[in-house]
Design a protein around this ligand. Structure first.
Ligand code: HEM
Length: 160
């Protein structure tokens, strides 16, 4: 007959092992929302009361709280509803720069882009998802190198 002590030990062991198995099979990362260009365009600030989204470096931010910058008729409305990486890097509102294309940007512009990405967007606005270009390869297969951005100071409700 096992003693009560041995029985308790057995229960603790089972629970611990069970926990281990559960942790091992937990998904490595949380699911993230993917935005196509068309989907992102819906959040361009034209509809009053709707959220406003903008992507920088393929990361989609909810910039609704910056409505005075990004809302309808606001000075930087052209940047929203799309990936405006190039415009942010060059500090330009030229329609030709309203794109995710970083080809030909100078070292200085790339540095400025990273500073604004970290210091303004990631610090100020919650991440709501990623553009298809950031998550997928050109052939539509998942990009194995994709890693979600770290943003522990915001608690976003799960979409799934
Ligand atoms: C003469 C030119 C410009 C001046 C004087 C200017 C000035 C300002 C000022 C005063 C703010 C507000 C900062 C705050 O209250 O937090 C601001 C924000 C901003 N500016 Fe400009 N700006 C100029 C040109 C541009 C251009 C060409 C772009 C193109 C990308 C741009 C992009 C932005 C963005 C995106 C924000 C908002 C950042 C946020 O969400 O906090 N600015 N600007």
């Amino acid at each position: 007959m096992p003693t009560a002590g041995a029985f308790v030990l057995l229960v603790v062991l089972c629970v611990t092992l069970g926990e281990d198995v559960r942790l091992k099979y937990k998904a490595a990362t949380k699911p993230v929302r993917l935005f196509t260009e068309e989907e992102l365009r819906r959040y361009d600030g034209t509809e009053e009361g709707q959220p406003i989204y903008m992507a920088v470096k393929g990361v989609v931010f909810d910039v609704t709280k910056g409505k005075e910058f990004y809302g309808k008729n606001a000075p930087y409305n052209a940047l929203v509803g799309k990936d405006s990486t190039r415009a942010v890097a060059k500090m330009s509102l030229d329609p030709a720069d309203l794109t995710s294309d970083t080809a030909g940007l100078t070292e200085e512009q790339l540095k400025s882009l990273n500073n604004i990405f970290e210091g303004t967007y990631k610090a100020k606005y919650p991440i709501v998802g990623y553009t298809a270009a950031r998550i997928l390869n050109r052939d539509g297969s998942p990009n194995e190198d994709f890693k979600p951005e770290d943003q522990p100071h915001f608690q976003i409700k799960d979409e799934f």
